[in-house]
Write a protein that binds this ligand. Sequence first.
Ligand code: A8S
Length: 165
Amino acid sequence: MTTQYHNRNISSNQCGSRLVQTIDAPLSLVWSILRRFDNPQAYKQFIKSCTMRAGNGGKGSVREVIVVSGLPAATSTERLDELDDDSHVMMVSFIGGDHRLVNYRSTTTLHEIEGISGGKTVVEESYVVDVPAGNSEEDTCSFADTIIGCNLRSLARVTEQMAKV
Ligand code: A8S
């Protein structure tokens, strides 16, 4: 199972959680969209643009994303720490930007399950992040959970649509 990749040490000033989304599309298709570190806007609705600052989308690449207006942040600088095409594991750290998700590190894994009409994919996304001074764990994690939940549902929508045609 892929749970081994999601176990992280959480310090006392940090919080984290894990979200799971089942997608009615084959793993190879879901991975082909997810693994594109240089193109997160393919499914992440809050991202307006993405510019590569280092690398071409492989491990160690750095991207700068600009998010849509109306959010409490405008930019984020993010590094690809792991991209394993065999185990279907992707790890990303936030290393800069004007947001409050300091020391945010996420792990996303895929595994395939049998569906009645072909392969389905289970996506698991976990993260840890610092709780800023003056904020509660609950507020910090529910903010991140809300965004990740939107991203995962959007990934499902996009890939299920592609799987149909
Ligand atoms: C991701 C996960 C998250 C992205 C958050 C949590 C973010 O892009 C948005 C608003 C913020 O305030 C922080 O995998 C930040 O994208 C939508 C700019 C980082």
